[in-house]
Design a protein around this ligand. Structure first.
Ligand code: GCO
Ligand code: MG
Length: 402
């Protein structure tokens, strides 16, 4: 089953997406997400210039062999650009494998291990009242789990908070906007938000929060402790995780569960965090961590250490990634939760998909393969637009992690 065509499609139905489409000699097609937010064209070039010539003529059935030949054959291992490109090929090959056998991909991964995939939505507001109202709307829509972010008093913009009625969208057209940050103001305001949320929503709704890599370990320890009365499902990315050792310090001080890993690209980035049980949820996802093949390795390692999965699912991951993530989520034993930010109507039209939301859960469906495609003619109506993630400075002008 030779691969005869490999195309890289870049489109912007509201935000930029890079998609790889492989075609076999029998006319089967498979798709893989290759979107790296704010650095999209680097992956498009990696694929077009360096990977496409290697996959043409390969046997599409050799998923594992192709993964290792792209990983080891590059010599330069790991890193988000390389691992996103490998992920796109891997995802497209699993799609083709399912279609060739007439079964959904989750059947190839061991079948359904649960009834549905628990997801969390994003509630945010300019202040605590607005954020609480937004969370109530998610509960009314049937969600069992809600991530909450509120504007920090004294700061003009806060991570995770949309402008006006617009939902928060990471990446903006043009050059990067600059935001100001104060850890002191943030640490005072977050516990108030969660006190109000627990009061309004009761004990059963799962509450999550993303600190977005802004704190030091001891600041994160203080926040985790302050949030303990509101029993969060998780506190995400409390500190930048290049220094995995930093999590030992947080762990000594708080029982608030920790989630990390949306920016990781391989099992080596999370090995210490997992094997020393320094985190509770690993957030690596299909598109940025080497595809379904590599993500399963991470999940299996995590299972040994009581760490569950909680894959990244912001709107900068295309519906192709979301479909692949759901086949993984429904089949892997140590699944925890899946992030679900709804895509725009234009994005949903460009990427028709079989997955469906009902009663707080997503289901990948039973269509052969991944159950997702790209409408290339429609995609061509939405050309690429340069966009960047924001840059953050402290109040005194020092650059800080966004
Ligand atoms: C999340 C993430 C996103 C990222 C975005 C960057 O938890 O959903 O932190 O908000 O900032 O995906 O591209
Ligand atoms: Mg995050």
């Amino acid at each position: 089953m030779k691969i005869v065509d490999a195309r890289v499609i870049v489109c912007c139905p509201g935000r930029n997406f890079v998609t790889l489409k492989l075609t076999t000699e029998d006319g089967l097609t498979g798709v893989g997400d290759a979107t790296l937010n704010g650095r999209e064209l680097a992956v498009a070039s990696y694929l077009e210039d360096h990977v496409v010539p290697l996959v043409i003529g390969r046997d599409a059935r050799r998923v594992e062999d192709t993964w290792h030949s792209l990983y080891k054959g590059a010599y330069w291992r790991r890193g988000p650009v390389t691992m996103t490109a490998i992920a796109a090929v891997d995802t497209a090959l699993w799609d083709i494998a399912g279609k060739a056998l007439g079964v959904p991909v989750h059947r190839l991964l061991g079948g359904r291990a649960r009834d549905g995939v628990l997801v969390y939505g994003h509630a945010s507001g300019a202040d605590v009242d607005e954020a609480v109202r937004a969370a109530e709307r998610y509960v009314a829509l049937g969600y069992h789990a809600v991530r909450a972010q509120a504007g920090v008093p004294g700061l003009a913009a806060s991570y995770g908070v949309g402008r006006g009625d617009l939902s928060y969208e990471p990446a903006e057209r043009g050059l990067p906007p600059e935001e100001r940050w104060s850890t002191e103001k943030y640490l005072t305001s977050v516990p108030r938000l969660f006190a109000r949320l627990r009061e309004a929503l009761g004990p059963d709704i799962h509450l999550l929060h993303d600190a977005h890599h802004r704190l030091t370990p001891i600041e994160a320890a203080r926040l985790g402790k302050a949030l303990e009365p509101y029993h969060l499902f998780w506190l995400e990315d409390p500190v930048p995780a290049e220094l995995q050792d930093g999590f030992r310090l947080i762990r000594q001080h708080t029982t608030t569960p920790l989630a990390v890993g949306e920016v990781f690209s391989s099992i080596h980035d999370c090995q210490t965090l997992i094997t020393e049980q320094l985190i509770d949820y690993i957030r690596t996802t299909v598109v940025h961590a080497g595809g379904i093949t590599h993500l399963r390795r991470i999940a299996h390692l995590a299972e040994l250490y009581h760490v569950r999965t909680g894959s990244h699912g912001a709107t900068d991951l295309s519906p192709v990634c979301m479909a692949a993530a759901l086949h993984f989520d429904i089949s892997v034993h140590n699944f925890g939760i899946q992030e679900y930010m709804r895509h725009s109507a234009d994005t949903d039209r460009v990427f028709p998909h079989a997955y469906r939301f009902a009663d707080g859960m997503l289901d990948p469906g039973e269509a052969p393969g991944l159950g997702v495609d790209i409408d290339e003619a429609l995609a061509a109506e939405f050309p690429y637009q340069r966009a960047y993630l924001p840059i953050t400075r402290k109040l005194d002008g020092t650059i800080h992690s966004w």
